[in-house]
Design a protein around this ligand. Structure first.
Ligand code: ME8
Length: 515
């Protein structure tokens, strides 16, 4: 496929429990961006997957009485099935147990070693299994029960003393700071960038990058008594998907990644460790790392370990895939935390989808079916009102592109729905049902203009609500080859006389089931 390469990734999920709404949120958001870029002509490569090694997985499997391998083989497909159920258009679902990934992780390790950045020493310090992260004394608090915990995440830490390989992270502080300075977009949103810059400014310590007390990990090349620290192998997934270490692989054109979409809790791994590993290996670093916020259930944090997990597939079954996607992308300003509840989802679904867009499409298409012989109506000479409305619709791609630069997904939807609202005002003001008797030619022009706006809206909403958008564009007889951003506007208007299929509703209203 032609076009400039655009590589976007999600984080890879720990499959130590079933997928939760946070996982769903991340892959939906990344999918919307990937789909938008495809519509805009980019050669998109989009990956997601599972992060299957480490002590946490090994412990969970042991508790379940099965091998880590059997455990992840059962769990990983559920993550894949969730992403598929949510209509996420990933090109590769990478599992860190995939053979090419083991080879890639070992190759990256060797490159860092050859560069003199890996040495053997003894590690003594605090480790959180739940976070798979090391913490400094200064990052800990003592809980009420006397246990030591990581202040940021509240997870228990344990004292670890063992022989370990270290990565010379301390040597990269200056280079990292210089990179943040010269690439102001490298970390987003700004709050996360500030957090990372002050962390690096405070000085970096070398990072323990291997473990000897368990074996569920990628063996360290040349010393299989050690397995790699799970984050070394996890981060490497992004270059594995591009064919690393074979830089002649056609997929290598996608590296460096244009965007890593991750949650705010793992920004340090992606904006400090990962670029340092890559610099050490002599590889280009990603263009941008964006830390989205957390999705909270009625304002409360949920997590696998706390046990108040909401099943995203259940939500999709209840509300529909497109409404769920629309809700999380419209409701939560991307980059901030957000809350969801049954009431909030139903409000959005019924107000924005069923009423604003659904009714406009249903009313106008039904009138066309009944009064224009089921064909695209005649455009006539456009009035000032027609021109003004079409100009708003035609301007959407440029506006959306601008907002997508900032990953303001919610704002893109707000702009689209502002046009929908304007179209509803136009439709109500023009009263085509009255024109039917008084001025049928003018009625056709109003219906034509409305259909044209629906075409533009249908094209623009494809990244967010792909199935509903496809149905709307089908109802307008827009062929699949004419659904890209470049097809919006005066050069590609609907052709009067084109036969249209019989209209059917796009968004059913959500009705509470009988108690
Ligand atoms: O962190 N709302 O895996 P993970 C929004 N394996 N996002 C959330 C969330 C919530 N409530 N809870 C988690 C890991 N996330 C590592 C990543 S990448 C090389 C390795 C996000 O399963 C979280 O921030 O704990 C992360 O981006 C993703 O879900 C996977 O989390």
């Amino acid at each position: 496929m032609a076009g400039e390469p655009y590589f976007i990734t999600t984080a890879i999920s720990y499959p130590n429990g079933v997928p939760h709404i946070g996982h769903a949120y991340e892959v939906i958001a990344a999918d919307a961006i990937a789909r938008f870029k495809r519509l805009d002509g980019f050669d998109v490569f989009f990956t997601t997957g599972t992060d299957e090694h480490g002590l946490k997985i090994q412990q969970t499997a042991t508790k379940a009485g099965i091998s880590p391998r059997a455990f992840v083989d059962d769990m990983a497909p559920r993550f894949r099935a969730m992403a598929e159920r949510l209509d996420c258009s990933f090109d590769r679902f990478i599992r860190t147990t995939d053979a090419d990934h083991i080879a890639s992780s070992q190759a990256l390790w060797r490159r860092m070693e050859e560069n003199g950045d890996i040495y053997l020493a003894k590690y003594a310090g605090w480790y959180s299994v739940r976070d798979e992260a090391y913490y400094d004394e200064s990052e800990l608090v003592t809980a009420l029960d006397g246990s030591r915990r990581a202040e940021k995440t509240g997870t228990p830490v344990e004292w670890v003393e063992e022989e370990s390989y270290f990565f010379r992270l301390s040597a990269y502080a200056e280079r990292l700071l210089a990179h943040y300075e010269s690439h102001p977009d490298f970390i987003g949103p700004d709050t996360r960038r500030n957090e990372v810059v002050s962390f690096v400014r405070s000085g970096l310590q070398d990072l323990s990058v291997s473990r000897t007390t368990f074996d569920w990990g990628v063996p360290v090349p040349g010393n299989p008594a050690h397995v790699m620290y799970v984050w070394v192998d996890a981060l490497t997934n992004y270059i594995t998907s591009c064919g690393f270490p074979d830089e002649a692989d056609p997929r290598w054109r996608h590296w460096p990644a244009d965007l890593h979409v991750i949650g705010k809790d793992i920004i340090r791994f992606h904006a400090v460790y990962w670029p340092a590993f890559l610099m050490s290996a002599g590889l280009p670093v990603p263009e941008r790392v964006f830390g989205h916020g957390f999705l909270l259930n009625k304002g409360e944090k949920m997590s696998k370990s706390v046990g108040n997990v909401v099943d995203p597939v259940g939500l999709a079954d209840t509300y529909g895939v497109d409404p769920l996607r629309y809700f999380v992308l419209r409701e939560v300003p991307f980059g901030q935390d957000g809350s969801y509840s049954h009431e909030a989802i139903v409000n959005r679904l019924n107000a924005d989808l069923a009423n604003d867009l659904g009714n406009l499409a249903q009313r106008s298409l039904t009138m066309i079916a009944r009064n224009c012989g089921g064909q695209v109506p005649k455009a006539g000479e456009p009035s000032a009102a027609d021109r003004a409305l079409l100009a708003l619709a035609d301007a959407l791609p440029e506006k959306a592109r601008g907002l997508m630069q900032d990953l303001a997904l919610h704002a893109v939807l707000a702009e689209i729905w502002a046009v929908v609202a304007e179209a509803n005002r136009y439709f109500a003001g023009q009263e085509p049902w009255t024109l039917r008797k008084t001025d049928p030619a003018r009625m056709e022009a109003v219906l034509y203009t409305t259909a044209e706006v629906l075409r533009a809206v249908g094209i623009l909403v494809q990244p967010f609500i792909p199935s509903a958008a496809a149905r709307l564009l089908d109802l307008l007889a827009v062929v699949p080859e004419a659904r890209s951003l470049a097809d919006v506007g005066a050069d590609h208007r609907l052709v009067p006389g084109t036969a249209l299929p019989a209209p059917s509703p796009i968004f059913p209203r959500y009705v509470e089931p009988e108690a």
